[in-house]
Design a protein around this ligand. Structure first.
Ligand code: EPU
Length: 433
């Protein structure tokens, strides 16, 4: 298992380029199941979750070509003769977003067999709302041996109100509705940019969709969809992670090739902390060499503060003067990074869904464990300002969603390297707190 060895203390200086959004590319790849023609996706990030989705689609008989380098991260998916409408437990347990194939499979192949994902490091994360929605569209659903089985000769348009806002739930039903008979109205939808990007792709494929990016999406079902070419939006969470990295290290960092308007909530908070930001159409420059002051955040659905940036913000809060309250409202167990930050010297108290961070406390390098994707990112950020060397174990979590993060960080001055199984001679010893 790979580890990162990071020596803290260097401000990040220069320009870092942002990759395509993992959470937009995953539903876009699933959308290719809806047509027999090729779907060409550009700006697909080279991360482990994309490789998992490639495997998943391949098990269903899709031809998936992942082109990198000169092929500009282009992925071509062709599901001419999908054969096996099943997402196995082996794949779903490594990536919950595999459940995104449920809607497209029932819509196109009339049946789907998808493993239930089970719990996960950040919360229970059921998929009951996907299932309820599909039932409303006329699918017959049964559950056996840990799998959901869904069948429908042809889905029928319906009025569906999500009991709570769900990103992949909105995406799953949006895809299903494109091939349903008649009109579907989805209410209380997620408004995330990734939903809007998926709707843009589906529209290019011939779907008739109105209202993506608002709470109500209307879909007029069509008989069939065709192939399309689409460029995936930049990854707002990767961009936000680098913005925090620039701020935290007191650097002068330009985060290029991003969509600053997707990051309004973060940028507002960062400025409240005393960091200078300048924004162009597609870049954010962060300069922060003065003292930082704490600010409270509460995670919410888009356009609120993203839960996927909460852990990274917490690393920043440890270096701000005063108290920062961090409320997590989306997932019930998304504070796994806090105890690792405490081991590095942070002062964080957790009570239910609230973390109280008291700063500024010096951080010192330690051996720490990554527990999930965004928690790992927060540990990398903390290590960049910690005294001495930090060793982060289980970086496969970070490889799921950040493309070449260590190369990108090294390019702007960080001291970070990846090591394999072998420990370096001078391993950091854990700090007792
Ligand atoms: N929920 C239900 N029932 C459902 C679906 C969701 O109760 O059927 C609950 C969840 O348990 C959670 C809340 O609703 O408490 C919101 O979950 P949501 O469905 O929106 O999350 P998701 O679609 O599974 C996506 C991202 C996550 C991101 C969340 C929230 C993808 C592939 N994943 O997950 O990204 O945290 O939305 O914004 O788009 C990540 O990239 O690190 C990541 C975890």
């Amino acid at each position: 298992m790979d580890k990162f060895v990071i020596r803290g203390g260097n401000p990040l200086l220069g320009t870092v380029r942002i990759s395509g959004a993992k959470n937009a590319a995953l539903p876009a790849m699933a959308a290719a199941l809806l047509t027999e023609e090729p779907v060409i996706l550009e700006n697909v990030p080279q991360v482990r979750d994309i490789e998992t989705e490639r495997k998943l689609l391949a098990t269903m008989g899709a031809e998936v070509e992942l082109g990198y380098g000169r092929a500009q991260h282009r992925t071509t998916i062709c599901c001419r003769n999908p054969a096996n409408p099943e997402a196995s437990y082996d794949l779903v347990k490594t990536m919950r977003a595999s459940t995104l194939v449920l809607g497209p499979l029932v819509a196109r192949m009339k049946e789907a067999r998808v493993s239930l994902p089970g719990g996960c490091a950040i919360g229970a994360r059921p998929i009951d709302l996907h299932i309820k929605g599909l039932e409303k569209l006329g699918a017959r659903i049964s559950q056996e041996h840990g799998y959901i089985e869904a069948r429908a000769e042809r889905l029928r348009g319906a009025q569906i109100r999500f009991d709570r806002i769900t990103v992949t739930g909105t995406e799953d039903l949006l895809m299903a509705a494109t091939l349903a008979e008649g009109e579907t109205v989805l209410e209380n939808c997620a408004r995330e940019p990734e939903v809007v990007d998926l709707a843009a792709l589906l529209t290019k494929m011939g779907a008739r969709i109105e209202g993506a990016g608002t709470s109500t999406i209307r879909v007029q079902g069509v008989e069939q969809l065709h192939g399309a070419r689409h460029r995936i939006i930049p990854d707002r969470i990767e961009a936000g992670t680098f913005v925090v990295a620039g701020a935290l290290t007191g650097g002068d960092l330009t985060v290029a090739g991003c969509e600053p308007r997707h990051l309004d909530a973060l940028l507002q908070k960062i400025q409240e902390c005393g960091i200078r930001i300048s924004v162009t159409d597609d870049s954010i420059r962060v300069t922060g060499d003065g003292p930082l002051k704490g600010a409270d955040i509460a995670t919410e659905e888009y356009p609120g503060f993203a839960t996927d940036l909460q852990a990274q913000y917490m690393a920043l809060a440890t270096q701000c003067d005063g108290v920062s309250i961090v409320d997590e409202h989306i997932f019930e167990n998304r504070f796994m990074h806090a105890q690792e930050l405490v081991r590095m010297g942070a002062n964080i108290k957790i009570e239910s869904h609230r973390a109280t961070v008291r700063g500024k406390t010096p951080l010192s390098g330690a051996a720490v464990l990554a527990s999930d994707l965004r928690a790992s990112a927060s540990l990398v950020l903390a290590a960049l300002v910690a005294d001495g060397e930090t060793i982060i174990d289980r970086v496969y979590h970070i490889d799921r969603g950040y493309e070449r993060i260590e190369e990108k960080l090294r390019g702007v001055g960080a001291q970070i390297r990846r090591i394999g199984e072998l420990l370096p001679k001078r391993a950091a010893s854990p700090v007792a707190v």
